[in-house]
Ligand binder design. Structure first.
Ligand SMILES: [Zn+2]
Length: 156
């Protein structure tokens, strides 16, 4: 299920087998969720712009590779803060991090942008990530949250 804005309309995608009552309930829920995201500035558009700013700042010479085709918030990330698909240069960021400090969110985005340049976690990859001044602190923060909440979340 998802909801997004298309001009003046809000489009809500729900399973076809839903009953009328379920449909009304979920449309209300999804519209409220979208409105809450927009109030907090957690839209896909804002996320994409943020990723572009980070790429320009830290990965400028890789601007071709580090230009994502899309950057989207996603609800279900299977234990990952963020993920990317190098084949189509798309990036997904878990909604779970929306309440984290901005510098941690920036790190998660930059981590995925760096994967568009280097797909695995080799020395070259970590050298790119280390350009972000708070990379180590952010990694510590994420590890701490993951173990405190028993989430078993990991970087990817
Ligand atoms: Zn990674």
């Amino acid at each position: 299920m998802s909801a997004y804005r298309d001009g003046e309309r809000v489009v809500v995608l729900i399973p076809a087998q839903f009953s009328g009552a379920e449909e009304r309930e979920w449309v209300d829920k999804m519209v409220a969720r979208l409105a809450a995201r927009e109030r907090r500035g957690h839209t896909d558009d804002a996320l994409y712009e943020r990723a572009q700013r980070l790429a320009e700042r830290y990965l400028a010479e890789h601007s071709h590779a580090a230009t994502p085709s899309s950057v989207k918030w996603v609800r279900n990330q299977n234990g990952r803060w963020g993920s990317c698909t190098p084949a189509d240069q798309s990036i997904r960021i878990s909604e779970r991090i929306q309440g984290f400090p901005d510098w941690v969110i920036d790190y998660v985005i930059l981590h995925e942008l760096a994967h568009l340049v280097v797909s695995n976690h080799n020395a070259q990859f970590w050298a790119l990530v280390a350009r972000y001044p708070r990379a180590e602190r952010a990694r510590g923060y994420l590890e701490g949250v993951s173990s405190a909440a028993g989430l078993g979340f990991s970087e990817d």
